[in-house]
Design a protein around this ligand. Structure first.
Ligand code: ZN
Length: 69
């Protein structure tokens, strides 16, 4: 019933995959248009990036972000 969703994102640069576990009620809130920083105010940047990447398909992993000069 309260099983967490697994949200996956694939890095556009290296094709590496990342995922996070998120509460279904929070995912619903996010999909209804709430900003990621409002839904998960205490989550790490990386956690939020994966969630945004899962939704938009535009995810760059931390390793590749470092190379982005
Ligand atoms: Zn990458």
């Amino acid at each position: 019933m309260n099983k967490s969703y697994q949200l996956e994102a694939t890095c556009l640069t290296c094709k590496g995959e990342a995922y996070v576990l998120a509460r279904p009620d929070l995912v619903d809130k996010y999909q209804e248009g709430e900003l990621v920083q409002n839904v998960w105010p205490d989550a790490s940047t990386e956690y939020r990036e994966i969630i945004v990447g899962w939704r938009t398909g535009a995810y760059i992993c931390p390793m590749c972000s470092l190379d982005d000069e």
